[in-house]
Design a binder for this molecule. Structure first.
Ligand code: ZN
Length: 368
């Protein structure tokens, strides 16, 4: 790609504060002291259901009487209705007067906590804020604790959710969505299932690869992306990808990749991946990995690198996921892919529809 395009993003907000250390979660009680002085003093903990049994010991000393602890289901990615329901339940107990929201988990949980924080201080429902810069008031003070590395949700200014009525999958893109504080503790990713660790780690690598191959560029975003990709290389090149060192590397890569997203756009992979999510219900990170298997013509070098990562870590990528889809199914896949104009322009130029004809899109999905 020769021509560099202006991203149109004029001002960038990144995370205000973070701690990074093995065992850093032990600092949570102290980090909650200051926010507890504002509001009614209570905190709301939104925790990935994966930690249902371990939450109490992990968060010892952080949870006080009067706090709310709620587990977030990660079976499906969040809908606007579910976010509204959860917000209403929390509001019923605390009004909008709680002091802090703690989101602990993977991308789904981190995004859920961001959305709830915004809605507690802004009237209306989640669907009213899907878009860019629609959130008016700062949300409740929020602390993010990622337990899975790769999506970058801990660092971004959005929280992805699907509106089932309109079919729109879009987040609240707002400076108010950015976490006030992060706790980055690599010990928390020890228990992630290997496959999931690989799929979500690849999300960071794919974001950055797409950004660096695109036309919309920002020098700081590029620097974040390069560093994140270097770290992913260390993690996935053939050593033990889940060693202590590599889990720390991947947590940093995820954070930097999330920072890169603020100034860049993805490319061909994410729109196709969105098609798989919308039509077949596949989760974001595994869908990306499936799409990568059919990306040789768009990203030949990255395709080779990706294939080597898969092989080195003995990961099985689901195959033939679109087999047996009828014409209507393929129409739906095409529509939910081609709608992502900005990333597709980033990757292929404004005439991307000439490259991605209906037939070509079908061929690509059938090659997965
Ligand atoms: Zn992604």
């Amino acid at each position: 790609m020769n021509q560099i395009l202006n991203t149109g993003i004029s001002n960038v907000k990144n995370i205000l504060r973070y701690v990074f250390a093995e065992g850093a979660i032990a600092r949570l009680p102290r980090l909650l002291e200051e926010p507890r002085r504002v509001g009614n003093g209570s905190a709301v903990f939104l925790i990935d259901e994966f930690f249902q049994e371990k939450a109490e010991s992990l968060l010892a000393g952080a949870i006080r009487d009067g706090d709310q602890v709620r587990f977030v289901s990660t079976h499906d990615e969040p809908t606007t209705d579910e976010i509204d329901h959860l917000t209403a339940v929390i509001r019923q107990k605390d009004g909008s007067n709680c002091s802090a929201i703690v989101g602990m988990g993977g991308g789904i949980t981190l995004d859920t906590a961001k959305a709830v924080s915004n809605l507690l201080t802004n009237a209306g429902g989640a669907a009213d804020y899907q878009g860019w810069d629609l959130v008016k008031n700062p949300g409740i003070f929020k602390i993010g604790i990622p337990t899975l590395s790769g999506t970058g949700a801990e660092a971004t200014r959005t929280c992805v959710m699907t509106n089932k009525k309109t079919g729109v999958k879009l987040g609240m893109n707002s400076d108010h969505t950015v976490y006030d504080q992060l706790i980055l503790d690599p010990n928390l990713t020890q228990t992630v299932p290997r496959k999931q660790y690989f799929f979500s780690g690849m999300d960071a690598w794919i974001h950055c690869m797409e950004a660096l191959n695109g036309a919309y560029r920002n020098p700081i975003g590029d620097a974040f992306s390069r560093q994140a990709m270097d770290l992913c290389d260390k993690v996935f090149s053939g050593g033990e990808m889940m060693s202590d060192v590599n889990r720390a590397n991947l947590m940093v890569a995820s954070y930097l990749g999330g920072c890169a997203i603020a100034t860049s756009y993805v490319g061909v992979v994410h729109p196709f991946s969105a098609g798989l999510s919308v039509v077949l219900g596949l989760h974001h990170c595994v869908a990306n990995c499936i799409v990568m298997t059919a990306m040789e013509s768009f990203y030949p070098k990255s395709f080779a690198r990706y294939t080597a990562f898969v092989k080195a870590n003995e990961i099985e990528i689901p195959r033939e996921v679109c087999a047996g889809l009828d014409a209507a199914g393929h129409d739906a896949l095409y529509e939910s892919t081609i709608v992502h104009e900005k990333p597709l322009t980033n990757a292929l130029g404004e005439d991307f529809r000439k490259v991605l004809t209906r037939d070509r899109v079908r061929e690509i999905f059938e090659a997965m």
